[in-house]
Design a protein around this ligand. Sequence first.
Ligand SMILES: N[C@@H](CCC(=O)N[C@@H](CSCc1ccc([N+](=O)[O-])cc1)C(=O)NCC(=O)O)C(=O)O
Length: 216
Amino acid sequence: MIPTITAFASSPDGGQGQARDMRVRWALEEVGQPYDVRLVSFDEMKQPAHRALQPFGQIPTYEDGVFTLFESGAIVFHIAEQHQGLLPNDPAARARAITWMFAALATVEPPIVDREAAEYTEGDKPWYDEHLATVDARIRNRLDDLSRRLGDADWLDGEFSAGDLVLVGVLRRLEGSELLAEHPNLTAYVARGKARPAFQRAYSAQYAVFTDSQMA
Ligand SMILES: N[C@@H](CCC(=O)N[C@@H](CSCc1ccc([N+](=O)[O-])cc1)C(=O)NCC(=O)O)C(=O)O
């Protein structure tokens, strides 16, 4: 059965592909798995029917008639386990690739999400500037360490893996900021990920949702 994922009916980012259905689309394209998309409105996401799939009232979700999953990282991991192409078969290399998935989500992404939350919701607070400087320092700390570890390698640990896919998706949230531009090797790493044909197909598919919503 072709899996069905959920995505924003009208993405708040104007089709930039920053919502987390993008990393699921990318993973499905990397392994060559066709998929359907159920578009949900902000209101529908908060209704019981969707919360039965995603208790926090968010997207993405994944359903394939056997598995019903939420949490984009877990969905990417499931796709990587069910297909070849995103995780090495060698047990040690596989474990390292999975480690990088967790590092992307648990170590690198949190301060980046904090920054976005501050920008979206705290701009009017008297302590905003000081808070943003603190969050930026945390992001710089992570990017400095990551840049040092990546060096001039193409990917984090040999072949491209789900760890790279998730991390590129996390770093894309910093596209256009000096935080990423300060590290030419990380900027190139993100560009390398975006240049992959599977990313391009995933991006085009999510962008089509945006253009369709503009014409509706
Ligand atoms: N940890 C969960 C987080 C899921 C999540 O944050 N979903 C967001 C969309 S991706 C996050 C996101 C939202 C918007 C932009 N943007 O650029 O506009 C980028 C990313 C959502 O449904 N938000 C609606 C809500 O919480 O009510 C996962 O990885 O699946």
